[in-house]
Design a protein around this ligand. Structure first.
Ligand SMILES: NC(=O)c1ccc[n+]([C@@H]2O[C@H](COP(=O)([O-])OP(=O)(O)OC[C@H]3O[C@@H](n4cnc5c(N)ncnc54)[C@H](OP(=O)(O)O)[C@@H]3O)[C@@H](O)[C@H]2O)c1
Length: 264
């Protein structure tokens, strides 16, 4: 199997690291291109993949081709490769807002296409990716693409109309979680804890809490209630978070994120 990545930035690197680390593909089976010479050298040195400055070389060589550039560069990239892509190859997109129909129209002829939305925890094998396909992708081909996407975390097939929601709930959400960890650590530092220790305690608390939601199957509210003793310390913190509008801030931020994805 030959895997190609056009654009070797943050997301592609996270995906390739998981794919190689989990033995889904070897570095020799991956080829990447990028406009940035420094990015290419980094990908070659850290991942051992084959690299080139020519997107068309990647598009010709890959059986599964990931378009891992920013959404605003999709049109130029597709224009540059569309005549070398065959209908046997599978194109995988990872850009917010770029619908199956939009990408098909840019290629201007039938292609096999899987639209996905990964996230950067892929870098540590804990990503979650949503995927949907066009009508030219059969079940076996989709299974093969999902096997690759599961090389760096979980992957679920969702209807295309949910892809913009996925952007806000998992594609972008690591940023909000990092802000939350940073804020908790800052507060712990303000109360006297050394900074490195504060990051460790805050991050582990988030990690363990997420694991409890995933593994116990309990409603998050029930788990929250379990921490809140009557007249205790936690309910005081919860009271202040409600007063400061934490839920509403998250709600509004995610609605803005989804709306932005829809407009890209
Ligand atoms: N980062 C995330 O958390 C995340 C999560 C989910 C999905 N995504 C999606 O993943 C895609 C890539 O994001 P990213 O964060 O990895 O971006 P990134 O770090 O900027 O990587 C993109 C790379 O592509 C290069 N590039 C630009 N134009 C090119 C062209 N015409 N041909 C070949 N390479 C080109 C860029 O070079 P220059 O820097 O020189 O422009 C850069 O090295 C985006 O569509 C993004 O929305 C990202």
């Amino acid at each position: 199997m030959k895997l190609g990545f056009i654009g070797c930035g943050n997301m592609a690197t996270a995906m390739m690291k998981g794919i190689i680390g989990n033995g889904i593909a070897s570095p020799e089976e991956i080829i990447g291109s990028d406009v940035s010479e420094a990015g290419l050298l980094k990908a070659k040195d850290t991942l051992g993949i084959q690299v080139t400055g020519d997107n068309r070389e990647v598009a010709s060589a890959a059986e599964i081709l990931v378009l891992s550039v920013k959404p605003q560069f999709y049109e130029t990239v597709i224009d540059g490769i569309k005549d070398v892509v065959t209908k046997e190859q599978v194109i995988v997109t990872i850009a917010p807002g770029k619908t199956l129909q939009w990408v098909e129209e840019r290629f201007g002829r039938p292609i096999r296409l899987v639209r996905t939305m990964p996230n950067t925890p892929a870098l540590v094998g804990e990503g979650i990716t949503a995927a949907c396909r066009n009508e030219n992708v059969d079940d076996d081909t989709l299974s093969e693409v999902l096997r690759i996407l599961r090389g760096f975390g979980k992957c679920e097939v969702v209807p295309e109309h949910l892809m913009d929601v996925v952007v806000s709930v998992s594609g972008s959400s690591p940023a909000y979680v990092f802000m939350f960890i940073e804020a908790m650590a800052d507060a712990a530092v303000a109360d006297g804890m050394p900074r490195a220790q504060a990051y460790e305690f805050a991050a582990q608390a988030v990690y363990g809490s997420a694991k409890m939601v995933l593994e116990t199957g309990k409603h998050p509210a029930e788990l929250k209630d379990m921490v809140c003793s009557p007249a205790g310390t936690t309910i005081e913190a919860v009271r202040v978070l409600e007063e400061k509008g934490m839920r509403s801030a998250v709600f509004e931020a995610m609605k803005a994120c989804t709306a932005k994805a829809r407009g890209l």
